[in-house]
Write a protein that binds this ligand. Structure first.
Ligand code: NDP
Length: 446
């Protein structure tokens, strides 16, 4: 790595002790920027990269609420407003017991480059809480969301910071969050949150967008080498929002998803995942993936050893969580003949996995490019809110497909220009970076 970039990385380590996921996300970007700083000394002169590694604002707050038994519970809430050079801070909220500042900062940092790649006017941010929604009643979820928004509302706004969903935050939670924002502020400010319900300011395709977008990006990769998804066997990890709609789009495009997972294990269904059943189990009943096997009958089984990455496939789509696919999983995928790994989740592949995939000649698409369809459609939702309009499903899906195709092209062109042809990691990091860096240069030292 270039010496100045190395110094920046050391500074990040020293200033953010213990935040390992954040360190990992920063290192992955800095690793790509050598040719950029060589060509553009002005970025180093004006400390652009060092400024980009320091969030504009970090908010940590107490979230007290009362459970169904009358006990007072206390969680911690976070919002990291990372970079607003291109537009209002934009990024989801995650409710999961593993959430701490380092996770929120890694996600917020990634979001800066991802949002830039969409070509839409959105900055980068992320938030969440260590609240665990699993096993909580609907009334408890509502009280928690109301308590969370009671602090968060003062920091967000259509022109300031626009949260959305992520792990543990879907349509139900966004409804409760929006309701509380409206109650406190006495404003029907549709553009303050995205992922809203269709009858109250939401956009068609937002629910499906991250999964669909990941598959559109994968199809672009295949198209660039004269192939397609038709007839391909695919393995998807997770069975939440991103995974479910990735499976749906793979099936629509003629591929077959034969395995998926949740935090309790994985399932293999040689006939192809029955999506209606999976939606019933995971979205309606909020159940475990085991329930799928019990209802589906003979074609489906629980995976008995290793992980979902032991299932032989042509294409792998990690859509669950960070660092879920390691070097040894990557080796297994390579020896089973997999040729593309495209990230639906944020940072699901470890650095070791990414190196192993590259050594094995497997095409790797990083999440900041491949899963950008979610936030891109959020920006389309903001556009519709601002113009008090709502578009059809078909029109919105066409816009999403165009955006994914454009991101794919930008990645390849930039990778070529900076001497790493065909390298989607370099292409995404450099292209995302330059747009933000130029805006920061223009806006002065702030
Ligand atoms: P959901 O909460 O809807 O689903 C998460 C899924 O991943 C669940 O099936 C969950 O299992 C599973 N999971 C979580 N942790 C683990 C684990 N340690 N091992 C195995 N499975 C696990 O979240 P989303 O689908 O929204 O998000 C998934 C990923 O996609 C995240 O990385 C998120 O940051 C990223 N992303 C999401 C976007 C969106 O629009 N929602 C946009 C861009 C990226 P269980 O049901 O057991 O909890």
């Amino acid at each position: 790595m270039d010496e100045q970039l190395h110094e920046t990385y050391d500074e990040v380590l020293a200033r953010n002790p213990g935040e390992t996921e954040f360190h990992q996300a920063v290192l992955e970007v800095l690793d790509s920027l050598g040719p950029v700083v060589a060509k553009h000394p002005e970025y180093t002169d004006r400390a652009i990269i060092r400024r980009m590694c320091e969030p504009e604002r970090q908010i940590i707050f107490r979230v007290p609420w009362v459970d169904d038994d009358g006990n007072v519970e206390i969680n911690r809430g976070f919002r990291v407003e990372f970079n607003s050079a291109l537009g209002p801070f934009k990024g989801g909220l995650r409710f999961h017991p593993s959430v701490y500042l380092g996770i929120v900062k890694f996600l917020g940092f990634e979001q800066i480059f991802k949002n830039s790649l969409t070509g839409l006017p959105i900055g980068g941010g992320k938030g969440g809480s260590d609240f665990d929604p699993k096993g909580r009643s609907d009334a408890e979820i509502m009280r928690f969301c109301q308590a969370f928004m009671t602090e968060l509302y003062r920091h967000i706004g259509e022109y300031t910071d626009v949260p959305a969903g992520d792990i543990g935050v879907g349509g139900r939670e966004l409804g409760y969050l929006f309701g509380q924002y409206k109650r406190i502020t006495n404003r029907y400010e549709s553009g303050v949150l995205t992922g809203k319900g269709l009858s109250w300011g939401g956009s068609q395709v937002r629910t499906e967008a991250t999964g669909y977008g990941t598959v559109f990006f994968t199809e672009e990769i295949l198209r660039a080498r004269g192939e397609s998804l038709d007839g391909r066997t695919v393995v998807v990890s997770g069975s939440g929002n991103v995974a479910i709609y990735a499976i749906e789009k793979v099936h629509e495009l003629g591929g077959k998803v034969i395995a998926c997972s949740d935090s309790s294990g994985y399932i293999v269904d040689e006939k192809g995942i029955d999506l209606e059943l999976l939606k019933q189990v995971k979205l309606e009943r909020r159940g475990r993936i085991t329930d799928y096997v019990e209802t589906r009958g003979a074609s489906a089984q629980m995976g008995t050893r290793g992980s979902v990455w032991d299932v032989k496939c042509d294409i792998a789509l990690p859509c669950a969580t960070q660092n879920e696919l390691n070097g040894s999983d990557a080796k297994t995928l390579a020896s089973n003949g997999c040729s593309v790994v495209s990230e639906g989740a944020n940072m699901p592949c470890t650095p070791d996995a990414i190196r192993t995939l590259a050594d094995a000649g497997i095409t790797f698409a990083p999440g900041k490019a491949a899963n950008a369809g979610g936030v891109a459609t959020s920006a389309l939702e903001m556009q519709q809110n601002a113009s008090r309009d709502s578009w059809t499903f078909q029109h919105t899906e066409e816009r999403l497909a165009e955006i994914m195709s454009h991101i794919h092209q930008r990645c390849l062109e930039t990778a070529d220009e900076y001497g790493s042809p065909g390298n989607y990691v370099a292409g995404a990091n450099i292209s995302g970076f330059i747009q933000v860096a130029d805006a920061m240069l223009a806006q002065g030292v702030i």
